[in-house]
Design a protein around this ligand. Structure first.
Ligand code: SF4
Length: 339
């Protein structure tokens, strides 16, 4: 990957919740040493079980860090207009400007972004007036109408109050709003949660349409592997605050290397296959009390003695990377053969 292709990258990113508990403090390692390079013009997926740190990773990438979450270590770099910015080195005003001109965030549960007592068109007006200067109210309503039409949504929703829209339509309006100022990066955090399958499809299609129209980057967090299969270009799998595998989505589904990813994929229903679906045994570990070595070892049927003692680092196999001792030797051999 050429450096100019990268819109966002991290270096050893760690984000820990520090909680006060009786007798002291507890450290929850929600993001624990994440290395990422996300490209321009791609939909990048982040997958993993609930509680693996996906949403915290998104918020940390967006520099949306509230107490008791503390960024302990590492950096998040954005590339804009040929320059790189470390978001955690920006002051509040610079960060605000970067967000307004460059990124948008669609949080879980779209209702939270709407004011329940104003119509959707007024939400558009408020959004536009806080970002653009010199537009009349009529011009802003016209922009909202044009935008809604371009995205294939019914213009009538502009006259509705948020509670009058279905959950799926509210979610689509939230995504449409996020795309309004053509951000280079859109974060979509579980945008299809609590929606039925048919409605999910509309939401996913809207994300794809926006990405094709803007040629920007969408970072999509969902535990739903079916959605990743349909919409993302590249995919990473998170486990216990770390990325344990990353590759092109097609490659991950065709050739999953990490035993945890294999469980995630094998547990998906498939047409014509009536056999039993096997999911990963046991429960995800507590992020406040991670197992030694590979955090997956208590659940891994292929665990070896080294897995209990040493944490595997990333092994790179071309554009595919995996953190598992099963592949460490292979990666080293391929690297030696190719260098
Ligand atoms: Fe299993 Fe060991 Fe690989 Fe972890 S490193 S996934 S325990 S084989």
């Amino acid at each position: 990957m050429k450096p100019s292709d990268v819109v966002l990258r991290t270096e050893n990113l760690k984000a820990h919740y520090v909680l006060d508990v009786p007798g002291g403090q507890k450290v929850v390692r929600a993001v624990d040493g994440v290395e990422l390079q996300i490209r321009r013009n791609e939909i990048y997926g982040i997958a993993g079980e609930s509680g693996c740190g996906k949403s915290t990773l998104m918020k940390t990438l967006y520099a949306w860090v509230n107490r008791p979450l503390r960024l302990v270590e590492g950096s998040v770099f954005y590339s804009k207009d040929g320059q790189e910015f470390d978001v955690y080195a920006l002051n509040k005003q610079e960060l605000r400007r970067l967000r307004w001109t460059f990124m948008a965030y669609v949080p879980q549960g779209a209702m939270s972004i709407f004011n329940p007592v104003i119509k959707i068109k007024e939400t558009y007006r408020d959004f536009l007036s806080s970002h653009l200067r010199g537009k009349t109210v009529e011009e802003m309503f016209e922009m909202a109408k044009e935008h809604i039409e371009q995205l294939g949504l019914p213009v009538s929703i502009l006259e509705a109050y948020p509670h009058q829209l279905s959950g799926g339509m509210r979610q689509r309006v939230a995504i449409a709003l996020a795309a309004l100022l053509r951000p280079s990066v859109i974060f979509a955090d579980e945008p299809t949660t609590a929606l039925d399958v048919v409605v999910q499809r509309g939401v996913v299609q809207l994300l794809k349409d926006i990405q094709e129209r803007l040629h920007n980057t969408i970072i999509l967090v969902t535990h739903d592997m079916g959605i990743h299969a349909n919409v993302t270009d590249r995919l990473c799998i998170m486990y216990a605050g770390r990325i344990i595998e990353e590759a092109a989505t097609v490659e991950i589904f065709k050739n999953p290397l990490h035993p945890y990813t294999q469980f995630l994929i094998n547990s998906l229903p498939q047409f014509g296959d009536t056999g039993e679906r096997v999911s990963a045994p046991g429960q995800p570990p507590s992020l406040a009390n991670l197992p030694s070595g590979c955090a997956f070892h208590p659940r891994c049927p292929q665990a070896m003695p080294i897995c209990r003692e040493r944490r595997p680092e990333d092994t790179k196999l071309g554009e595919h990377r995996v953190a598992c001792w099963l592949h460490a030797e292979r990666g080293e051999a391929e690297y030696a053969a190719n260098s």
